[in-house]
Design a protein around this ligand. Structure first.
Ligand code: AMP
Ligand code: ZN
Ligand code: FE
Ligand code: FE
Length: 293
C-alpha cells in the first residue's frame, strides 16, 4: 500500500486543485492520500468527491502554523480533527488573518529593493486561496520576471532572515497539540528538522510534546538528509511516536517534492488512525470520516 500523508492543493499554496491533486495521486500509484493544506479544511469536500471517483483513500488533514516559545515556527499536521471545533476555528481565523495582514509590509520591502510588485499582483497569484502565504508573493516575483522560481524567491528574499521576511501570528505548539486532541484529531510534527537546525526540536523537546498529546513525527521528508531520517526514525521508535513519511507535494510550486517521494508504512498509518479514533471517542467531537470508512 502506497501512503503519502502530506500534500497541498491550491486551496493553500499548492498549484493544483484538490480534484487534480487526487487525480495526480491516482496516476502516481498512491492508495492513500493525505490532503493537508495550510490552516484550512476548505479543500476536503472537493478532494473527497474526487477520491471516491478515483478509488483513492483520503485522509483529511491540515498543516497548522504553530511556534515554539522563542518564536521559531513549527508546522503541525493535524489528521481527522473536527474542523468546526470552536477553539480550533477561533485560532485558525487569527492565523489566516495574520497571513493576509503581512502582505502589504512584504510588498513594501520588495518595492524598497527595486521590485515593483503590488498587493494586487499578489492577490491575483493567490486567486481564491483560503491561506495566503509567502509562496503567492514569490509567484508575483516570478510573474514579474524578478526571479525564476518560487524557491529562488525564498532563498533571496522571503526566508526568515532575508530582507522581505515578515513574521506572522502562530499558535504555541503545545496549545495547538491540545486543541487538535480536543477536536478529536491526531497531531504529527511536520518535517521537524526540515528548515531548522536539529537543535530546534531535539529528542528532549519531542518527548515533552508527546506528554502534551503529540502522536507522531514526520521522519521521512525531502528536507531531511538520509542520516537525519534514520536518526528521527530512531527517536520516534524510542519515544513510541508514530513515524510518517510524505512528499509535502505543492504541485509545480516546490521542486523535488513529487507525490509519493516518501511514504508512510501501513502499520504506522494504522497507529495514527487508532490514536485519532481514541481522541475522537474521548472528545465526542464531530470528526470527519477516515480513509477506510
Ligand atoms: P508561509 O505559509 O507564508 O509562512 O510560507 C511557508 C510556505 O512556503 C511553506 O509551507 C512552503 O510551502 C513554502 N516555503 C517555505 N520556505 C521555503 C523555501 N525555503 N523554499 C521554498 N518554499 C518554501
Ligand atoms: Zn506550503
Ligand atoms: Fe511545512
Ligand atoms: Fe507542507
Amino acid at each position: 500500500m502506497r501512503i503519502d500523508l502530506h500534500t497541498h492543493s491550491d486551496v493553500s499554496d499548492g498549484t493544483t486543485s484538490p480534484t487534480q491533486l487526487v487525480r495526480d495521486a491516482a496516476a502516481a500509484g498512491l492508495d492513500v492520500l493525505g490532503l493537508t493544506d495550510h490552516d484550512t479544511a476548505r479543500g476536503w469536500d472537493e478532494a473527497a468527491a474526487a477520491a471516491e471517483q478515483e478509488g483513492v483513500r483520503l485522509v483529511r488533514g491540515m498543516e497548522l502554523s504553530t511556534r515554539l516559545d522563542d518564536g521559531r515556527g513549527v508546522h503541525l499536521l493535524a489528521y481527522l480533527p473536527d474542523p468546526t471545533s470552536p477553539a480550533l476555528v477561533e485560532e485558525l481565523e487569527r492565523v489566516l488573518g495574520g497571513r493576509g495582514g503581512r502582505v502589504p509590509e512584504m510588498v513594501a520591502r520588495l518595492n524598497e529593493h527595486g521590485m515593483a510588485i503590488t498587493v494586487e499582483d499578489v492577490a491575483r497569484q493567490a486567486g481564491d486561496t483560503a491561506a495566503l502565504g509567502r509562496p503567492h508573493v514569490a509567484d508575483a516575483l516570478v510573474a514579474a520576471g524578478y526571479v525564476e522560481h518560487r524557491d529562488d524567491a525564498f532563498a533571496d528574499w522571503l526566508m526568515a532572515g532575508r530582507p522581505a521576511y515578515v513574521g506572522r501570528y502562530a499558535v504555541p505548539v503545545t496549545r495547538m497539540i491540545r486543541l487538535v486532541d480536543a477536536a478529536g484529531g491526531a497531531a504529527v510534527i511536520a518535517h521537524p528538522w526540515g528548515r531548522h537546525d536539529p537543535s530546534t526540536l531535539p529528542a528532549s523537546t519531542l518527548a515533552e510534546l508527546r506528554e502534551c498529546g503529540l502522536t507522531g513525527i514526520e521522519t521521512d521528508h525531502q528536507d531531511h538528509t538520509p542520516s537525519q531520517r534514520r536518526e528521527l526514525r530512531a527517536i520516534a521508535d524510542d519515544l513510541d511516536l508514530v513515524r510518517t513519511g510524505s512528499s509535502d507535494h505543492h504541485g509545480e510550486g516546490k521542486r523535488d517534492h513529487d507525490l509519493g517521494c516518501h511514504l508512510t508504512e501501513p502499520e504506522q498509518l494504522e497507529r495514527l488512525l487508532a490514536r485519532a479514533a481514541s481522541a475522537a471517542a474521548r472528545s465526542g467531537a464531530a470528526v470527519p470520516p477516515g480513509p477506510f470508512a
